[in-house]
Design a protein around this ligand. Structure first.
Ligand SMILES: [Zn+2]
Ligand SMILES: [Zn+2]
Length: 265
């Protein structure tokens, strides 16, 4: 078996993804309670005991929530950037598990037979990262909270077999929402979240002939609509003559069935 992914759910209410490889499984983010994480895993037929490590993209609660208790229960490490670890440690709110693996963005490390490269993204957190995960020539590119697809993100996410990219909000829906002005500015700013149009446009650069799977994630519950994201993505894939790509818009309240690369015909 080569690389695969199970999206357990995504949005401002919680994010978590299982990455599968021949050497075992890891989680990217654990932004649900431990109980909810385990419930979603079992529903998606993933054994929680198969998880060998949790990667943390940044310290926001929708990514961090279940990390401590899940890692402690299964005696696995939380892989966290040094800066994020230091920030959480100083906060002293008991959010860190006992087993910690510190990484530095830009430096590769390995878990479960996978090579993991964290890279810096533009987002309003202490030291936010996306991940490039490789196993046997296959690659997952992951960036779930980012204000812009900058040159580094383009370089890292390019050429992925599975691309996971944020498509957070519709510009008009955000403008018309009841949110306060400062919050609207934060979300739409270069260190906020990626809107649908920017996400769809980025596909021109990010999709290559290698790409088999596209997951659009972290859609806002108030300022976006899953159907709208799906339609935009299908239209773009049509335009690029890439209807062969499996496209999923990951929702908040349900997981997406496991996709394993070498089981795709
Ligand atoms: Zn965030
Ligand atoms: Zn988030």
């Amino acid at each position: 078996m080569n690389l695969g992914i199970t999206a357990l759910g995504s949005g401002s209410g919680g994010n978590s993804f299982v990455v599968h490889s021949a050497g075992g499984n890891i989680l990217i983010d654990a932004g649900f309670s431990r109980k909810e994480l385990i419930r979603r895993m079992l529903e998606a037929k993933v054994n929680p005991e198969s998880i060998q490590a949790v990667l943390l993209s940044h310290e926001h609660d929708d990514h961090l929530k279940g990390c401590r208790i899940f890692c402690d229960q299964f005696k696995i490490p939380l892989c966290v950037s040094f800066e994020t670890w230091n920030y959480l440690r100083r906060q002293g709110k008991n959010k860190l598990p006992s087993n910690i693996y510190q990484f530095v963005p830009g430096d590769k490390f390995e878990f479960a037979g996978m090579s993991i490269l964290p890279f810096t993204v533009q987002h309003d957190a202490v030291d936010p990262v996306g991940f490039v995960i490789r196993s046997k020539e296959k690659q997952i590119g992951f960036a779930s909270d980012l204000g812009a697809v900058n040159a580094l993100a383009k370089m890292r996410l390019n050429n992925s077999d599975i691309l996971v990219l944020e498509s957070n909000y519709d510009i008009d829906m955000l403008r018309q929402s009841d949110r306060q002005i400062h919050l609207k500015k934060r979300i739409a700013g270069p260190h906020g979240h990626l809107n649908n149009i920017d996400a769809i446009e980025a596909l021109n650069d990010l999709l290559t002939e290698k790409t088999k799977v596209l997951m659009l994630v972290h859609a806002s519950s108030e300022c976006n609509d899953y159907e709208l994201v799906r339609n935009l993505a299908y239209a773009q894939l049509e335009k690029m003559r890439r209807n062969d790509i499996i496209m999923k818009v990951v929702e908040q309240d349900r997981s997406v069935e496991t996709i394993i690369l070498d089981k795709i015909s």
